[in-house]
Design a protein around this ligand. Structure first.
Ligand code: S3P
Length: 430
């Protein structure tokens, strides 16, 4: 248990937060599929990435560290020809994307995960991958499952759920399929797979039509190893963005971020609420985000196509909403129920223990603003993003906040506390 107590805290200085989790998973996976060597700089070091790394090693890729860089010797899409067992821990991205990447295995691959991952829906990847020729053995469309295939066939598939993990699983399977694969999405989701493939020589074309986006991938492709630099993770930066805008005197620069519109929903919504945030270009093509205390935030409505652009940041947005003037409504966010915890419930339950006024809806929340939060005992629900959101909430509260299961943050951000301490200042009142 962690005892958090701050006296007039504020965030100041410069910080490069942890590297991007989504990009780190994909860098390892595409490197493992490729022919030759991939060199990855700034790969995220966190439990979910270890799950992907160990699975790829088991399937035959050589992954080593050399002076801070990660070197992947790819298998040229020849995964190990034997029955294999994989434990993907807590990582939904590993389980779903690796099902697509390994879909061309002729031997049986068995997947399982921790208690939380075994609850998460897998029908969303099983259905399309079966259409492509993968044979799954599963009891309830969840983990554990096993799969193998004789031959994969490309297809055209319209995503029934706005999920980058489903889109990516299909594209990764499409790489070794006969014939081309097209994924159609009506609601844009994070686009890292299709953006990163060309770095490995992958042939993929993205067409933005009026009502939807089409991602067309050439079938039966070899990829070539490459060199990659992983930027900082906007979803990890989000904790510091919110910490800075909510604490008086804060003035913080977050470094090495990308300005990817499929990931920047939180910044867009906060700007609309009146936050003092500014993108500043860096010489290396990445951006700094300058974040300052923002005393006059206004409630807002977040819904529809905006939701996937900030899906992982919604628990933090709920915290911001408690401090804004007026009501905030979040709708169409039912996907939150099937994350590492049911985040509609875990967010509301824990913030209410600290004095927030939140009405839980089927697909989101109604959150009253202007709440004076108070101390209390809260829990992470074994969910990394809930643990870190609650630590940021504690910055707003003069009384102690006791947080249990805080080690959940190691899933995406083991250095969170160190990073927080490096920019945290307190004014001790006499
Ligand atoms: C991710 C996609 C999102 C996100 C997750 C990472 C990815 O999940 O919540 O943290 O890297 O593709 P969904 O695709 O299930 O929305």
């Amino acid at each position: 248990m962690m005892n958090l107590r701050f006296s007039h805290p504020y965030l100041k200085g410069k910080l490069r937060v942890a590297s991007d989790k989504s990009i780190s998973h994909r860098a390892l996976m595409l490197g493992a599929y490729s022919k030759g060597k991939t060199e990855i700089h700034h790969l995220l070091q966190a439990k979910d990435i270890t799950s992907t790394k160990e699975a790829l090693q088991k399937a035959g890729a050589m992954i080593t560290e050399d002076n801070g860089r990660i070197i992947v010797e790819g298998c040229n899409r020849q995964w190990k020809e034997e029955e294999l067992f994989f434990d993907l821990g807590n990582s939904g991205t590993s389980a779903r994307l690796l099902s697509g990447l390994f879909a061309n295995t002729t031997k049986t691959y068995h997947f399982t995960g921790d208690e939380s991952l075994q609850q998460r829906p897998m029908k969303r990847i099983i259905d399309p991958l079966e259409k492509m020729g993968v044979h799954f053995t599963t009891q309830n469309m969840k983990l554990p499952f096993a799969f193998s295939s004789m031959e994969l066939q490309g297809m055209t598939y319209s995503l029934p759920v706005a999920s980058a993990q489903v889109k990516s699983a299909i594209l990764l399977a499409g790489l070794s399929a006969k014939g081309d694969t097209t994924v159609i999405e009506t609601i844009p989701t994070r686009n890292h797979t299709e953006e990163m493939l060309p770095f490995f020589g992958g042939r993929v074309e993205v067409q933005e039509k009026e009502e939807h986006t089409e991602i067309q991938l050439v079938g039966n492709q070899e990829l070539e190893g490459t060199e990659l630099f992983v930027p900082a993770d906007i979803s990890s930066a989000a904790f510091f963005i919110v910490g800075a805008i909510l604490t008086p005197k804060s003035d913080l620069y977050l470094m090495d971020l990308t300005k990817n519109k499929t990931r920047n929903g939180l910044v867009e919504v906060l700007l609309r609420m009146g936050a003092h945030l500014e993108w500043i270009p860096q010489e290396n093509g990445l951006y700094q985000l300058h974040c300052q205390y923002s005393p006059n935030l206004k409630g807002t409505i977040v819904e529809g196509k905006e939701i996937p652009q900030l899906i992982d940041e919604l628990p933090l947005l709920a915290l911001v909403a408690t401090q804004a003037e007026g009501k905030t409504i979040v709708r169409n966010a039912e996907e939150l129920k099937v994350k590492e915890s049911n985040r509609i419930l875990s967010t509301a339950t824990e913030l209410k223990k600290l004095g927030a006024e939140i009405v839980v809806k089927e697909d989101g929340w109604e959150i009253a603003g202007d709440s004076l939060l108070h101390g209390g005992k809260v829990e992470s629900h074994q969910d990394h993003r809930i643990a870190m959101m609650l630590m940021i909430a504690a910055l707003l509260i003069p009384e102690p906040v006791f947080l249990t299961d805080e080690q959940a943050m190691e899933i995406s951000y083991p250095s969170f506390m160190n990073n927080l301490q490096s920019v945290l200042y307190e004014e001790f009142m006499i």
